[in-house]
Design a protein around this ligand. Structure first.
Ligand code: DAH
Length: 348
């Protein structure tokens, strides 16, 4: 084994590898030059020369491989020490140049700090967009409570006592309040009644809000969701007016090539009644999507709010907001809309 030399300056070293002497002379040279660096550019040039990926420190470190085995450990420590000294001297000089030049030495290529910008929930945005379209079509916005009485949720909508829709297993009943049975509304059609009670026809309103049903949660069911309700009451309205309104909406919201299809159905508060499908672009293809129900307001409903069905007629529709948003944005599980996982919501 080669005897260890205690004077590092004079240790015998390979000509290409790192040596103690070399380390010291580079430290001296570097500190001297650093003292002269008085601008951002000269600091950067210094950094590249000594600390850069092709700089002197790197090449010394590269030389460690070919240094004598017995020196390796200490050389390694000395190189680390050199690195720390150079880095801290650089920071000191940079701060002082910075302070005296008044120009902050900002690295413009550094990625910035993002502020985690918030955004509106995809459902809120969908609701706003839909309301905006109906607003341009002359509909005003009506409102009603989520905790309803039986009169607005059922009776006035032509859903009599004993009707299966009133079943306890299909509703969230909340107990009586001053003798009135209350429940979480199961449909925004309640707002039709409230609008007709508070405004005289002709009227043209849309209402949007939450509705509640005791459904088991799965990819397409949730115990709370949103509906958009539309109601128009005027003289001599017909199915043509209803279909025209839906078609206008479809064109404005889904695009000029959207279509509307009505399939005969039954709702207690409309006669005739239909399911509404809209043809919209889904993943680049036009597809039919069922989005709600509609019909001509049943004469019993007009009578319930004191309007003469001989004089007044109405059309109504109720559309599912989640359904529209899910199909439009390719969301395949309704639960994601309510879990509030920012990673999901951030995509929209
Ligand atoms: N309220 C119905 C439901 O929740 C949807 C509906 C159907 C609303 C027909 C309407 C309508 O206004 O005319 O299933």
């Amino acid at each position: 084994m080669r005897p260890y030399t205690c004077d590092p300056m004079s240790s015998p070293l390979s000509s290409t590898g790192a040596s103690f002497g070399e380390i010291d002379s580079i430290l001296q040279e570097a500190l001297q030059e650093l003292g002269l660096a008085s601008s951002a550019a000269s600091l950067e040039a210094w950094r590249t020369r000594f600390l850069g990926s092709n700089g002197k420190l790197k090449s010394l470190m590269g030389g460690l491989k070919s240094a004598p085995k017995d020196d390796k450990r200490e050389l390694g420590q000395r190189l680390n020490d050199l690195k720390e000294k150079l880095e801290s001297a650089f920071e000191v000089q940079r701060t002082s140049v910075n302070a005296t030049s008044g120009t902050p030495l900002v690295d413009l290529t550094e990625p910035g700090i993002t502020t985690g910008e918030g955004r509106r929930h995809i459902l809120s945005r969908t609701v706003d967009e839909i309301i905006d379209v109906f607003g341009r079509m002359g509909f005003t916005v009506a409102d009603g409570p989520e905790v309803e009485d039986e009169w607005h949720n059922f009776t006035a909508l032509n859903i009599p006592q004993g009707h299966p829709a009133r079943d306890a297993s299909d509703n969230f009943y909340m107990g009586d309040s001053v003798g009135v049975k209350r429940l979480l509304r199961t449909q925004t059609s309640t707002v039709q009644i409230r609008a007709m009670e508070s405004q005289q026809p002709p009227l043209k309103v849309v209402a949007v809000g939450r509705v509640y049903r005791p459904d088991t949660h799965d990819a397409t069911h949730f115990s709370m969701f949103h509906q958009i309700e539309g109601l128009c009451v005027d003289r001599n309205l017909s199915l043509v007016d209803l279909k025209t309104a839906l078609l206008q909406f479809a064109h404005a919201y889904f695009g000029a090539d959207a279509e509307v299809r009505m399939r005969p159905s039954f709702f207690p508060f409309t006669e005739p009644s239909a399911e509404v499908d809209m043809k919209m672009h889904i993943k680049g293809q036009l597809q039919w999507v069922e989005i709600g129900g509609c019909g001509m307001v049943d004469p019993n409903v007009l009578e319930a709010v004191g309007l003469d069905p001989e004089q007044w007629s109405g059309y109504a529709f109720g559309l599912g907001v989640e359904r529209i948003a899910m199909r439009r944005y390719g969301i395949t599980d309704i639960r994601w809309l309510f879990e509030n996982d920012a990673r999901f919501l951030r995509q929209f």
